[in-house]
Design a protein around this ligand. Structure first.
Ligand SMILES: NC(=O)c1ccc[n+]([C@@H]2O[C@H](COP(=O)([O-])OP(=O)(O)OC[C@H]3O[C@@H](n4cnc5c(N)ncnc54)[C@H](O)[C@@H]3O)[C@@H](O)[C@H]2O)c1
Length: 363
């Protein structure tokens, strides 16, 4: 097991345990559990039985018995109503400010449970246990929590660092191929925005990781998590531009996810959002033709399925892109690339470029 950590702005230490086949986390992090008067394990109702069994190997019931809370599947969990339902459950069962919430699931479950943990009694401790490839390399780390509103992604949310994130790649054994490929969408993001050493390491492992190779998945989780936590440690609240580069592919990606109405996995939407960002970068002449081709060849490694279930509604796409919370008051805001490993933020991309970007994203 590899343990990473940093000091968060509230001066608490944030830790991440990365590895495979871990056991009995309370025995390894006793301080986190000794003060917990109650523990609630939150998982998704559609998660396979093996997920719960593995979660219980990581967190065996000890002197403090667990309460269990089930969320609706995937994005259906990310609503204010679900956050309220979870907070009411905690209150009805006597949870206090000293209680602990453990969220084991994909990024939707960790986003929602982290959000509830941040508002319940103005914030209680939580442990993030991401169980999809995407959540282990991205969503389950970094302390951004959120729910969706009005068909738009992550509109209400908080920063609330998990005291501990446990990324155990044994969870990924039960993950369907489509979810591995979805995770690889975020992996390609890291490969394109990160330094050359990270890019080379990830691209070497990408095909094996998508085919479910255990060693490759563990190596990718370890490399991406370390890179993300480094950015988060230096810009925890997304204020200086360092962390913002992680939004590469997400402005158009979130819009496509909304247009697909729940029929496109997040990572696939990000991969298509990356195509859109590359198209804008190229048309704006920031990105050279040779680099553009090289980067498109990386995306082709994902073998994305045809985008059949996305509404081809350009007006709505442009509206969603400008309503994205990353726009920060501008007409729209994208992370673009000047070349591999050279991301930058750009605002007010013109409708003609957005039109072309939308078409490219759906190819
Ligand atoms: N907070 C952040 O920083 C951040 C970053 C990136 C993405 N996100 C969010 O993460 C979400 C996407 O996360 P996701 O890709 O994990 O999707 P998801 O949470 O929707 O999970 C996908 C499916 O996989 C199932 N599943 C989970 N673990 C499994 C396992 N081990 N075996 C078999 N099935 C399993 C889930 O039950 C679900 O049906 C989006 O809502 C996105 O906005 C958040």
């Amino acid at each position: 097991m590899k343990i990473l950590g940093f000091k968060a702005t509230n001066s608490r230490t944030v830790k991440a345990a990365l590895g495979r086949d871990m056991e009995n986390i309370p025995a390894q992090f006793p301080a986190l559990f000794s003060g917990a008067d109650k523990i609630c394990l939150v998982t998704s109702s559609d998660a396979p039985p093996s997920l719960r069994a593995r979660a219980l190997r990581l967190f065996p019931e000890g002197r403090t018995p667990h309460f269990y809370f089930w969320l609706p599947p995937s994005e259906k969990a990310k609503t204010l109503e679900e956050a309220g339902r979870l907070c009411s459950f905690l209150f009805d069962n006597g949870f206090s400010r000293n209680s602990l919430l453990i969220a084991a699931g994909g990024g939707a479950a960790t986003d929602l449970a982290g959000f509830a943990a941040s508002i319940y009694m103005r914030g209680i401790n939580w442990i993030s246990v991401p169980t999809t490839f995407l959540a282990q390399i991205d969503a389950g780390l970094g302390g951004k929590t959120a729910v969706n509103l009005g068909g738009a992604k992550n509109i209400a949310g908080t920063f609330h660092q998990p005291a501990l994130a446990v990324c155990d790649t044994a969870f990924l054994d039960s993950l369907p191929h489509a979810e591995l490929r979805s995770g690889a969408g975020e992996l390609v993001k890291y490969a394109m925005i990160g330094p050359a050493s990270l890019r080379e390491a990830l691209l070497k492992r990408l095909p094996e990781a998508v085919s479910g190779d255990k060693t490759a998945l563990t190596a990718c989780v370890s490399a991406c998590a370390a890179y993300k936590l480094k950015l988060v440690a230096r810009d925890e609240r997304d204020e200086t531009g360092l962390r913002e580069v992680l939004n590469f592919g997400h402005t158009a990606g979130h819009a496509l996810e909304a247009l697909a109405g729940g029929h496109m996995p997040h990572g696939e939407a990000v991969a298509r959002g990356i195509k859109a960002a590359l198209a804008i970068s190229r048309q704006a002449r920031c990105l050279g033709a040779a680099d553009h081709e090289r980067l498109l060849a990386i995306l082709a490694m994902l073998r994305l399925p045809p985008a059949r279930r996305v509404r081809r509604d350009l007006k709505r796409f442009i509206a969603l892109v400008s309503r994205d919370k990353k726009a920060r008051g501008a007409g729209n805001r994208f992370i673009l690339l000047e070349g591999p490993g050279r991301p930058f933020a750009a605002e007010n991309i013109k409708p003609a470029l957005l039109t072309r970007a939308f078409a490219e994203a759906l190819k």
